[in-house]
Design a protein. Structure first.
Length: 297
């Protein structure tokens, strides 16, 4: 087993992890990495020149992989395999996508604060994003610490939100950027799901918010009031004191815990500059949506 080293990059969370080649990682080292991830929420690995197969094999050490939503639509051509989400501005021929390209418009919503796959019956546990090509400027990814944000809420707010459940839908988050062109098969495959607003993070034993742009409204509340609360909580949780910005280098792999963090992409000149990012996503196969409702904590 390799002993990894972690250097914290933000006062609250995020660590740069060294001492491991992810191409040859074994189960014992993966367990050490998972323990570090549950502590820090986000891990940064530099200089990992991975091929797709390496990223897939490493990701599978942490559990079953989910299929990207882009594989649902049968008429869509794919640049990558079914295990990889294509977080790039490149089409199936490896060219920069046109301004009217459907997938380019879909990915605009990645610039909203979200957690991966909270709109799925089985949401995401961990995400692993590797940088193959990066633009000369822009295109950063920002992360927010939802455990620290929860702990910074006043006791009255924590009591008020403890029992609440939100409905999450990818159709809601995409509508926020003006995209509604989903096929019938996509709508049938991704019905809305209910998620507890506050949870106990199993890795750290700390309470955490569970937020996303996918969260449409609070169950049992009038929609305007519920959406106002969700906006208020996201605004609170994404204050600069809770946020780390990652500036990508080719060869970076960043791994994060979707159960206790938010993230968003930052803009770049995506009509002129190539950005090739590839994500594998570990499904949270033990998750039980809206099953946890904490008492005052």
């Amino acid at each position: 087993m390799v002993t990894i080293q972690s250097r914290q990059l933000h006062p609250l969370f995020v660590a740069e992890t060294t001492g491991v080649d992810l191409r040859t990682c074994d189960h014992l080292t993966a367990a050490e990495i998972e323990a570090a991830l549950e502590r820090h929420g986000v891990l940064v690995f530099r200089g990992q020149m991975l091929e797709d197969r390496h990223q897939i094999e490493f990701s599978r050490l942490f559990g079953p992989l989910e299929s990207p939503i882009g594989t649902i639509r049968l008429d869509r051509k794919h640049r990558l395999g079914r295990e990889l989400a294509d977080i790039s501005n490149l089409d199936e021929n490896n060219n920069i996508r046109t301004s009217s390209d459907r997938w380019r418009m879909m990915l605009r919503a990645n610039e909203l604060w979200h957690t991966d796959s909270s709109f799925k019956r089985v949401p995401a546990k961990f995400s692993l994003l590797s940088a193959r090509e990066v633009p000369p400027e822009g295109g950063e990814t920002e992360f927010a610490d939802l455990r620290a944000a929860y702990e910074a809420l006043d006791p009255a707010t924590r009591d008020r939100i403890a029992p609440l459940v939100a409905e999450h839908s990818i159709f809601h988050s995409r509508s926020l950027v003006g995209y509604t062109e989903f096929s019938d098969e996509e709508r049938a495959a991704l019905p809305p799901v209910h998620q507890a607003l506050v949870r106990l993070h199993p890795g750290s034993g700390r309470y955490t918010l569970y937020l996303a742009s996918h969260a449409s409204h609070i169950i049992g509340w009038p929609i305007p009031e519920g959406r106002a609360l969700l906006r208020e909580l996201i605004d609170f949780s994404t204050q600069p004191r809770f946020v780390y910005q990652h500036r990508w280098r080719v060869g970076d792999l960043v791994m994060w815990d979707n159960r206790c963090t938010l993230h968003r992409a930052r803009p770049y000149d995506d009509m002129q500059c190539r950005r090739d990012m590839r994500r594998t996503t570990v499904a949270d196969s033990t998750a039980q949506p809206h099953s946890f409702s904490p008492t005052a904590a």
